[in-house]
Structures are given as C-alpha cells and as structure tokens.
Design a protein around this ligand. Structure first.
Ligand SMILES: NC(=O)c1ccc[n+]([C@@H]2O[C@H](COP(=O)([O-])OP(=O)(O)OC[C@H]3O[C@@H](n4cnc5c(N)ncnc54)[C@H](OP(=O)(O)O)[C@@H]3O)[C@@H](O)[C@H]2O)c1
Length: 248
C-alpha cells in the first residue's frame, strides 16, 4: 500500500532531506513551506507523487489550510512530519515579544495544531505516523527555543503513549547541530566541534528509520544520547554556566 506524508518546512534543510528520504522509500509527499517556487523545484526533483502547498504557518489562514489538508478524508495523510522552524539569535531578555510569540507558535503550537488535525483520521484508519523535528536543545536549559522544543518532545511522547493502541506511532527527532540554512537565517556562524555537527541527509535517514522502528526519541548520535541522559543528573545552574561559557 502506498502512503502519503505531509512535511512542513520542506523547502530546505532537514525538511527537504526528510521529503527526499520518504520519496526514496516510495512515499508520496505533500510539501509545505512559504516559498512556493522552491517547493515546486523540490517537487520536480522527487521521483514520487508530490503536492505543493505553499503556506505561512504563522498566519491563521496558512495554518488552517494545512490543517484542513492533513484532515482531508479522501486523500489521507499517513505520515505527518512537523519540521518547520527557526531560531532567534538574541537572548531572551533582549528579543522582542513578537519574535518570541512567532517562535513559540511555529515550534510548539503548529505541531500541536497539525497533530490535532491528523489524529481523528489516523485513529479511524487504525494507523498513522507522526515525526516531530525537535532538537537536542529540548534536554538543556537553552532559552525559550529549548522550552518550545521540550514542549514538542513531550507532546510527541504524550501522543505516542495515549494513542499507541490506535495504531499511531510518534517519534521526536532531536538533532544536535545540522548543516542547513538555520544558522544563516539567524545571522550567526556555524560553530563548534565536528562531532556535534551532522548533515541534513544523515539526520533525515535517522529520523525516518526511528519512525519505522517506533523509537520515542532519536538523537544525532550516541554521544548526544548519552549526554541527554547524563544531564538529568546535573543541576540546572551547572548546565546553565556550561552553556553560557560555551556561548560567550
Ligand atoms: N539546523 C540545526 O542545527 C537544527 C538543530 C536541531 C533542530 N533543528 C530544527 O530543525 C527544523 C528544520 O530546520 P532546518 O535546520 O532545516 O532549517 P532551515 O534550512 O532554515 O529550514 C527551515 C524550514 O522551515 C520553513 N519555514 C520557516 N518558517 C516558516 C513558516 N512561517 N511557515 C512555513 N514554513 C516555514 C522554511 O521554508 P520557507 O522559508 O520557504 O517558509 C524551511 O523550509 C527546525 O524545527 C529547527 O528548529 C535544526
């Protein structure tokens, strides 16, 4: 049976790589992002069934149009990939509250809204997969970005535990640093030791594999997985000083 996935943020970076990986394993894809021209180029490059849905997920109309497509009963979405996102360069006390609202909405509310749209149909069909691109930041005290990503991870885990009996699987993909347009869009350099960095293709492969294997959380590599576990034993103040010393 052929499946269809909807991928948000499919015009670049991790979302584009996930769309490619899904196409490679024979899944049709609905591509969502704001830049319609780029989405059309992506669609033309994929050897699978494609649909382009240009939408700004930070507008009510854009988000509801995508939610409507997710819930459409006659063209079911079997796999929902909530990936679209961005980061803020300014520290929390200096960023504008409008930027904070946009960040929180795109990283926390949009995945919630789309999962809410997807679940009734998935439950009725007795199957469905939800892949949420969160971040390793979800496991550290790293500003409002990490708070939004922690929300995304916990939502994914909650959906997974509540709806497993309905045939629904949910995986939170939690990469460390990934070479994409993310840092350039924030206006900061790609920085840090090599082991912390991965390619979008590698992360996409691990995310799709994790979803197939029904893994709750997928990290970039074993080092990040071990650090996420180990940090649970480290007081927040120590973690905070470590992160701040790295950042400054
Ligand atoms: N790169 C990293 O180091 C890293 C690490 C951990 C987690 N992540 C997470 O990975 C996810 C993907 O980021 P990326 O690294 O692949 O960055 P990216 O290359 O900048 O891609 C971001 C994607 O999100 C889309 N997008 C942004 N705002 C949108 C909006 N308002 N409505 C619809 N689409 C929107 C962008 O497309 P348009 O501009 O065409 O709309 C683009 O396709 C994000 O959730 C990010 O937090 C990234």
């Amino acid at each position: 049976m052929r499946h269809t996935a909807l991928v948000t943020g499919a015009s670049s970076g991790i979302g584009l790589a996930i769309a490619r990986e899904l196409a490679r394993v024979g899944v049709d894809v609905v591509l969502v992002a704001r830049d319609e021209g780029r989405l059309r180029e992506v669609a033309a490059s994929l050897d699978t069934g494609t649909e382009v849905l240009a939408a700004d997920l930070l507008t009510h109309e854009g988000l509801e149009a995508v939610a409507e497509r997710v819930a459409l009963p006659d063209r079911p979405i079997d796999i929902l990939v909530s990936n679209a996102g961005f980061g803020l360069a300014a520290p929390f006390h200096e960023s504008s509250i409008e930027d904070e609202r946009r960040l929180h909405e795109l990283l926390s509310f949009v995945p919630l809204r789309l999962a809410h749209a997807a679940l009734p149909g998935m439950r009725a069909r007795g199957r469905g997969w939800i892949l949420t691109v969160a971040s390793f930041a979800a496991f550290i005290p790293y500003g409002s970005y990490s708070a939004s990503k922690a929300h995304a991870v916990n939502l994914s885990r909650s959906i997974r535990s509540r709806y497993a009996g309905d045939g629904i699987r949910a995986t939170a993909l939690c990469p460390g640093f990934v070479h994409t347009e993310f840092h350039e869009r924030m206006g900061i350099d790609e920085d840090g030791p090599d082991w912390m960095w991965a390619s979008a293709e590698d992360i996409a492969r691990k995310g799709v594999r994790g979803l197939r294997r029904n893994q709750p959380v997928v990290h970039s590599n074993l080092a990040f997985a071990a650090i996420a576990k180990g940090l649970q034993l480290v007081p927040d103040t120590w973690q905070g000083s470590l992160i701040n010393s790295y950042r400054d």
